[in-house]
Write a protein that binds this ligand. Structure first.
Ligand code: ADP
Ligand code: GLC
Length: 623
């Protein structure tokens, strides 16, 4: 009998309920068209092609592919002196032969698209990108997609966004999508990747309201059918961490969004769809429909995926207006403006995107309510006609316990029950916990922030430690949680181990060695740790919110179904109850527990189904 949960999982892209009463204007259209011609920058961008800096004699696009791999030495910082105005390269080239792939009329463009002016100088033939051969079995037609986001495993990752930026493009290549991923070239990207990057070109781009010019380098890395293009600029991307503080991050991601579009024009690679991720790439749809409207890349459609609505890129209007160089008319309440004096980059992107998605169906509904809406619920209700929820998957090759070299004992479902014990003992030994395979080991792998329900965990932790239970924490984040977990480790030596660090290999060891994984989040757009846990036969204990609700079916002892233990209201007592239910099954009904371990390992947590749904949306945008 199909359960409600299964029906949910099988559902195609579920439309979000239409709002009963949109708070903002009800018209289902992009923000009111304004006249970009009134904006000097817009005219300039649309009319001028990308030109090489005058100092350069040959175009960097001439033969970068044949050239030997150029290493980081090509990295340049912004010229201290602004280039002469006439030498300043404007964002986008305009070519008569621009490969606009579809002739489908542009649907209600937000800003009038002006006919691109003829190029002022000939632009050399674009470098052809190797395209994976089209397999006869692949779904047709082929679609090209540019992913734009701020992190991507294995180059740089702080959380699940990095996993998705890695795994979804790979899954899309199997759906006959040609994917290019555009990322900042942060200095912290390990050298082993940097040294494999190939110089692809460079140009100068004006960015700010006063037309300051910035260097944009493009370094390319092709790997497993996916092309990664890194936007290079030492001034913006030289910190040790992608995110520093808003003061630094706002200019950085204004630059990144505009440079990514300019790079697509420069490379003459015009995708069907530009798929942007989170606030760091949210300006892309805004630039595309304003300053880039008359350029080749202006023919692309945009999708903006919300991975976490809490982060929006909010700063005062003068600062964002200065750095973006965007015209006055977008700084209104329907697009950028929030409250009296702030501009919100995510809000603007949501207004201009052709399609909005988020990473689970439940979260897509939740964010339209005040509790989860982070002050954008009304805006999202207004745009709900173009909002969809598609649950994340995980890369099942990367997360494969039978081939995982980071484990003490790799295992498949055949020997999971035995080998998980071996991994548990190895974990206990490595972490200085009492070595006893009979103990119930609870894991937590998480950013240590309010989102993750950590106050519930700290509230019940003393009640969990009963002599038969061990708790293993892996995470970094807010000092108060880091300190609390350090304190618990000290207080319950041998039973609690707090690893206040980011460590991929330790994460693998915990996914394999723990019996259950805690994810009691206050909100969780999707959550990947519960998916990885299930794949490794570790039972998730989750709060029924966002993607946790969509991916973990509660255990039902009567019919022997379900994948984990769940609770609904955000209350410590309910979390404790859920953990105790898990322990009861573990200690007194081991056969049922073991059956659930195997059921979880069998569950499809791959990207296959969701990648198909994304493909369907790309086709909806570009039929
Ligand atoms: P979020 O993106 O909100 O942080 P997700 O559950 O979507 O949460 O993704 C978290 C990802 O980061 C998972 O791949 C998880 O294994 C990983 N992760 C989180 N904290 C750590 C850590 N301290 N060390 C290693 N990996 C971590
Ligand atoms: C965000 C969310 C998380 C989601 C991840 C990837 O960081 O917090 O729930 O799984 O993005 O989409």
């Amino acid at each position: 009998m199909p359960t409600k949960k299964k029906a949910n999982e099988k559902a195609e892209i579920a439309d979000i309920e239409k709002p009963a009463a949109p708070v903002e204007k009800a018209a289902k259209k992009a923000p009111a068209a304004k006249k970009p011609a009134a904006d000097k920058t817009a005219v300039k961008t649309a009319e001028k092609p990308v030109r090489k800096p005058a100092a350069k004699k040959t175009s960097p696009v001439e033969k970068p592919v044949e050239e030997p791999v150029k290493k980081a030495a090509t990295r340049k910082s912004t010229p201290k002196k602004a280039a002469k105005k006439e030498e300043t390269v404007v964002s986008a080239p305009v070519e008569e032969s621009a490969p606009v792939k579809e002739t489908t009329p542009v649907e209600v463009p937000a800003a009038p698209v002006e006919a691109p002016a003829a190029p002022a100088e000939p632009v050399e033939a674009p470098v052809e990108i190797e395209v994976a051969p089209v397999d006869g079995d692949l779904p047709q037609p082929r679609r090209s997609v540019a992913f734009i986001g701020s992190e991507c495993y294995p180059f740089v990752k702080t959380g699940g966004l990095g996993d998705v930026m890695y795994a979804l493009p790979r899954a899309l290549t199997k759906q006959n999508c040609d994917v290019k991923v555009i990322l900042p070239r942060y200095k912290c990207i390990p050298w082993k990747y940097q040294e494999k990057m190939v110089y692809r070109g460079e140009f100068y781009m004006d960015l700010c309201a006063d037309g300051r010019s910035f260097y944009v380098g493009i370094m390319e890395y092709v790997w497993d059918g996916v092309v990664y293009d890194f936007i290079d600029n030492e001034e913006f991307f030289s910190a040790g961490n992608p995110y520093i503080s808003l003061v630094d991050d706002i200019p950085k991601y204004c630059f990144f969004a505009k440079a990514a579009l300019a790079a697509l024009n420069y490379m003459n690679w015009i995708p069907d769809v530009i798929h942007c991720h989170d606030w760091q790439a949210a300006l892309v749809p805004v630039y595309l429909r304003t300053l880039f409207a008359g350029t080749p890349v202006g023919s692309a459609k945009t999708m903006l995926t919300i991975h976490n609505l809490r982060f929006q890129g909010i700063y005062n209007i003068p600062t964002i207006q200065y750095w973006t160089g965007l015209p006055d008319y977008v700084f209104n309440i329907d697009v950028f403006k929030q409250g009296y004096q702030d501009a919100n980059m995510l809000k603007a992107g949501l207004a201009y995107a052709d399609m909005i998605t988020t990473v689970s169906n439940t979260y897509a509904g939740e964010i339209q309510t005040p509790f989860y809406g982070e002050n954008l619920d009304a805006h999202l209700r207004h745009h709900s006609y173009k909002l969809r929820g598609i649950v994340n998957g995980i890369d099942v090759e990367l997360w494969d316990s039978s081939k995982d070299e980071l484990l003490d004992a790799s295992y498949s479902r055949k020997d999971a029950l035995e080998k998980k014990k071996v991994n548990k003992k190895a974990l206990q030994e490595r972490l200085g916990l009492e070595q006893d395979e009979g103990k119930f080991v609870l894991g937590l792998i998480s950013r240590l922030t309010d989102q993750k329900g950590l106050d519930l965990i700290t509230a019940i932790l003393p009640a969990l430690i009963d002599g038969n239970t061990q708790v293993v924490v892996l995470g970094t984040g807010d000092a108060r949680y880091e300190d609390a977990f350090r304190w618990f480790e000290n207080e319950y030596k041998g039973s609690v181990c707090s690893n206040i660090m980011y460590d991929e290999s330790r994460a693998h060891a915990i996914y394999a060695g723990a019996d259950a994984l805690l994810v009691p989040s206050l909100f969780e757009p999707c959550g990947l740790t519960q998916l990885i846990a299930m794949r490794y036969g570790t039972i998730p204990v989750v709060r029924e919110t966002g993607g946790l609700k969509d991916t973990v079916q509660p255990y039902n002892q009567y019919v022997g179904e379900g994948n984990g233990f769940t609770f609904d209201r955000y209350e410590a007592g309910l979390l404790l109850d859920a953990v105790n239910r898990a322990k009861t099954v573990y200690f007194t009904e081991r056969e049922s527990w073991d059956a659930m371990v195997l059921r979880d390992m069998d569950k499809d947590v791959s990207w296959d189904n969701s990648a198909k749904q994304y493909r369907a949306l790309y086709l909806e945008l570009k039929p």
